[in-house]
Design a protein around this ligand. Structure first.
Ligand code: PLP
Length: 389
């Protein structure tokens, strides 16, 4: 048999999504892959029911249904503070996942360098391999996950084609301040670099932190591709609706890549989601309060358990330190945790370039009862006999 492509040898399947399969196998409380166990707003489910009974069951326009793009442009123009043209600046994709790889394929030539902050969301490693990019990692340093300006400039001096900015950030929970974003913006202009943002947690930010859209900073909109999605904001990760927003010259090319990758996102789901895009400001305020309550509940529980952990400024992840258990292989630890304790987490080695084995990631986008059950199960961590790792 002929060999398979070298491209696919460079990465494994997603460990995040593998952990969900492991959670299902052992009936563990799944705090690994970030998705809610609660429903989206009822209005949204009703809208889907109505659309399902109608006649929108064929392809939408490849770069997104007119109705959806117009509603998205209205919403994002308001939040981003800049006028977005639905005709020339939006590509509707299958989640931010597709928006990110389409953006990478649009700006990167094989061999080009791309700056990635570490820890990083797992997909960016695979995106880099698929697009032929060579990542330059810049550390985000705990506890506040700030970057070192000299280290960042050293990365820019290697003439990267793009920088990937996950803000709010998964897994660290970092929310980049305006001042930090300005430093990145100044370098992007000085070294003539694109910035590809992943802002899927734009509406999940905890006080006193605030989300600042990178594209809204002065002078960078023409080199920024803003990717995001409806997955997290409206609790519809399964609908697979995302988008890239960029200047027309870039959008035109992302549309070509997107057209041949997937043709388009699901037409009936785009139509139903217009309902969500038209929600008023109170929806976003309630969402913040909803997640703040979950975060506080889960943090308190971890504190009681005596597990050291990060405190997220945004998004819905916590990294817990498992050094005390003498673990040398965090993947094995997470498999054991799912099987023996009944809680699924993600081994953080998936999020770092260097060899990190002492952190695991929990998410708290779950009902309080689910989080309480997970915390109860985790109480056994101290007393249960543990294997030699
Ligand atoms: C940073 C980040 N980007 C993208 C995604 C995936 O988003 P989507 O469902 O829009 O593809 C996730 C999901 O966990 C994420 O954490």
């Amino acid at each position: 048999m002929p060999e398979l492509s070298k491209r696919t040898a460079g990465f494994t399947d997603s460990v995040i999504r593998r952990m969900t399969r492991i959670a299902n196998k052992y009936n563990a409380v799944n705090l690994s892959q970030g998705f809610p166990d609660f429903d989206p707003p009822q209005e949204l489910k009703d809208a889907l029911k109505t659309v399902a009974g109608g006649s929108l069951h064929q392809y939408a326009i490849t770069w997104g249904a007119q109705n959806f793009r117009e509603a998205l442009a209205r919403k994002q123009s308001k939040f981003m503070g800049t006028e977005i043209d639905p005709e020339t600046q939006i590509v509707v994709t299958c989640g931010s996942t597709e928006a990110m790889i389409a953006a990478m394929l649009t700006v990167v030539n094989p061999g080009d360098k791309v700056v990635v902050f570490s820890p990083f969301y797992e997909n960016y490693g695979a995106d880099a391999i698929l697009s032929g990019a060579e990542p330059i990692y810049v550390h985000l340093n705990p506890p506040h996950f700030n970057f070192d300006v000299e280290e960042l400039e050293a990365a820019f001096k290697q003439h990267p084609k793009a920088l990937i900015l996950c803000n709010p950030s998964n897994p660290s929970g970092k929310v980049f301040s305006r001042a930090e974003l300005q430093i990145i913006a100044d370098f992007a202009i000085k070294y003539d670099t694109f910035v590809i943002t992943d802002e899927v947690y734009e509406h999940i930010v905890y006080e006193p932190y605030e989300h600042v859209y990178f594209a809204s900073l002065p002078g960078v909109a023409d080199r920024t591709i803003s990717c995001s999605s409806l997955s997290k904001t409206y609790s519809i990760t399964g609908w697979r609706l995302g988008y890239a927003i960029a200047p027309p010259r870039i959008t035109e090319n992302i549309r070509k890549v997107h057209d041949f990758l997937t043709v388009g996102a699901a037409a009936p789901l785009q139509e139903a989601a217009v309902t969500a895009l038209n929600f008023g400001d109170d929806y976003y305020r309630d969402l913040q309060a909803h997640y703040a309550a979950k975060r506080d509940f889960f943090l308190q529980g971890l504190k009681k358990l005596g597990l050291k952990h990060t405190v997220p400024q945004g998004a819905y992840y916590i990294m817990a330190d498992i050094s005390e258990f003498g673990v040398t292989d965090d993947l094995k630890f997470c498999e054991w945790l799912a099987q023996e304790i009944g809680v699924a987490a993600v081994p953080c080695s998936s999020f770092f370039k260097n060899n990190v084995n002492h952190l695991i990631r929990f998410h708290f986008a779950k009902n309080i009862e689910t989080l309480a059950e997970a915390l109860k199960r985790l109480e056994r961590l101290q007393s249960i006999a543990r294997p030699e790792w």
